[in-house]
Structure formats: structure tokens, C-alpha cells
Design a protein around this ligand. Structure first.
Ligand code: GDP
Length: 286
């Protein structure tokens, strides 16, 4: 499926042009989907430029899983990670210390440190920039962003931040990555059906977080699969449509909203082990 055909070529060209001039790259990832929210261009194009991967929204992610992601992501040369939440200002400001540590040879008296920041829509990039800058600069909101103009922002300690709104290039293969991006709300695509997205979530929740789901929806028994879970929620909440049939659209809304708001608890949608397995399967298929 071709999701953002126009964006892609423009993005690659821009990223290729700007990246070599940067002293450091900050990529904001969603801690619940560190792999799926990664921009696949970054590892390929950054060369020797150090890369700081921010695992944002850690307050919504499973802390044990986030702790497993950190060493996995740091295997690549020149990569450091930091989990954080916008609710803790000091955690966000810790980024500045890490940036200093990662660029020991740069003399900021002589020249500004050029830092590129990127991240998929709705990952929390604007919120982060505003906290770092100590003033509202970037627009925030809960809607996936449309392309804004590129801007540079002056931060303390002679850091020049290059915001890159054009680089919206989510990872859509393996196929499961697209579903996880949709579950978090990063992509609102007509390509994936709303109820299918919720079904993917339901299947995963049953496998990875059965107790949490059972408790949240007050289920006496654990349903056999995602569809059975959706039916059970419909019955429990009386989401019934014509002739008493389960209203799966309403259930889908509840499942997605309660995941996104954290009402379901702290849940990660992927682990390093899952991704490794999916990559192997994907390679065998292609
Ligand atoms: P952008 O599109 O990447 O610039 O994302 P925004 O900064 O506009 O944030 C998107 C949404 O995510 C907003 O509703 C933010 O309040 C929310 N958000 C940002 N950071 C966090 C975080 O660490 N935890 C939680 N729970 N929500 C966050």
C-alpha cells in the first residue's frame, strides 16, 4: 500500500540534504511502539552523526518493556536513549545534559550546536520542543499534524534546534507496524478499517495483557480471541445494535480510546522479541 507517496520523495531529499550538517539528531519515538514509530530513513542516512532516541509517553507504556527496548535500541553505534513523559519537566530537560555528553568535542563558545529533531505526527514533538525552549513555540494538539514550515529554534547553551515537520514517514512494514501506529492514533488512515484496528488491538491485549483486560471489562472468563473479546465487551456494556447484535463499531471506539488515554493501564504494543520475529517472517515472505 502506498500511504504517503508525495511526502516520501520530498522527505528523503530534504533529510539527505540537511542531515550531514547536523551535530546531533533527536528522534522522538512513542515508547509504546519504539520500532514502529521510528523513521526508517534515519539509520540509513545519518552516517556518523550521534542519535538520541527519546522514548516519549513513557507514562503510557509498560515500564518493563521500555527497559528492554533501551539496550536493544542502543546496540547501534552512536545511539543513546532516554524514556520520558511531558508530565515531568525535569525528565525533558535531562535531554540537554545528554546532548552535551554526546557531543564532547563541540565547542559551543565557537559555534552553535546544530540539532535536528524529528518524529512522527502526534508523538509529542511539539510539547517537547516547548518545554526545552521554555516558551510556547510549536503548535501542540491531539490531531496528527499537517505539514508546517520548517523552523529553527534557539535553545539554551547555544543549541540550534531544526524542527522538521515534513518528515512524516512512519514504518508500515512489516504490516503489523501499520496497525500499531493506527492503534496509538499516529495515523488516521482510511486504508485500515476502524474495527480491524480494534480487532488487532483486542487480539494483542488478550495475548500480552490478559489480566488487565479481564479486570477492566469485568469479564468472568477470558475470551478465546479478539473477536470474542469484542463481543463480550458489547454484551457487558450493552452496546447492541439491530436485533440485539453486538455493535462492534462502538466497542472499537472504546477499545481504542481507552488504550490511547491510558485507561486500560500502561501497555506497550511491541517488544524487541516480537519485532525480531516479525522481521524474520517478513524476510522469508519477500
Ligand atoms: P506532535 O504532533 O508530535 O507535535 O505532538 P504534540 O506535542 O502536539 O502532542 C500530541 C498529544 O500527545 C498531545 O495531546 C500531548 O498532550 C500528548 N503528549 C505529549 N507528550 C506526552 C507524554 O509524554 N505523555 C502523554 N500521556 N501524552 C503526551
Amino acid at each position: 500500500i502506498n500511504w504517503f507517496p508525495g511526502h516520501m520523495h520530498k522527505a528523503r531529499k530534504e533529510i539527505k540534504k540537511i542531515m550531514p550538517q547536523m551535530d546531533l539528531i533527536i528522534e522522538v519515538l512513542d515508547a509504546r511502539i519504539p520500532f514502529s514509530s521510528e523513521n526508517p530513513l534515519v539509520p540509513a542516512l545519518r552516517g556518523h552523526t550521534p542519535l538520541l532516541r527519546v522514548l516519549n509517553k513513557r507514562d503510557l507504556a509498560d515500564p518493563d518493556v521500555t527497559a528492554r527496548w533501551q539496550p536493544w535500541l542502543e546496540q547501534e553505534r552512536g545511539v543513546r536513549t532516554i524514556p520520558l513523559t511531558h508530565k515531568k519537566r525535569n525528565e525533558v530537560l535531562d535531554i540537554l545534559d545528554l546532548v552535551r555528553e554526546m557531543t564532547p568535542d563541540h565547542d559551543r563558545q565557537k559555534s552553535a550546536l546544530r540539532v535536528m529533531i524529528l518524529g512522527i505526527p502526534n508523538v509529542g514533538k511539539s510539547t517537547l520542543i516547548n518545554t526545552l525552549a521554555g516558551r510556547p513555540i510549536a503548535k501542540t494538539g491531539n490531531e496528527p499534524a499537517v505539514t508546517k514550515a520548517q523552523q529553527t529554534i534557539k535553545l539554551p547553551d547555544n543549541i540550534l534546534l531544526y524542527d522538521t515537520p515534513g518528515f512524516l514517514w512512519p514504518k508500515l512494514s512489516p504490516e503489523a507496524c501499520g496497525y500499531r501506529l493506527a492503534i496509538t492514533g499516529a495515523i488516521r488512515s482510511a486504508v485500515l478499517d476502524f474495527e480491524d484496528i480494534a480487532l488487532f488491538e483486542a487480539d494483542y491485549l488478550l495475548e500480552a495483557y490478559p489480566e488487565q483486560v479481564q479486570a477492566r471489562y469485568g469479564l468472568d472468563e477470558l475470551p478465546a480471541d479478539g473477536l470474542a473479546l469484542m463481543d463480550a465487551i458489547a454484551l457487558k456494556r450493552r452496546f447492541l445494535g439491530r436485533r440485539g447484535r453486538p455493535d462492534l463499531h462502538k466497542v472499537a471506539e472504546v477499545l481504542l480510546n481507552e488504550f490511547r488515554s491510558g485507561t486500560l493501564g500502561r501497555i506497550s504494543l511491541e517488544t524487541p522479541e516480537m519485532i525480531e520475529q516479525e522481521m524474520r517472517d517478513h524476510e522469508e515472505q519477500t
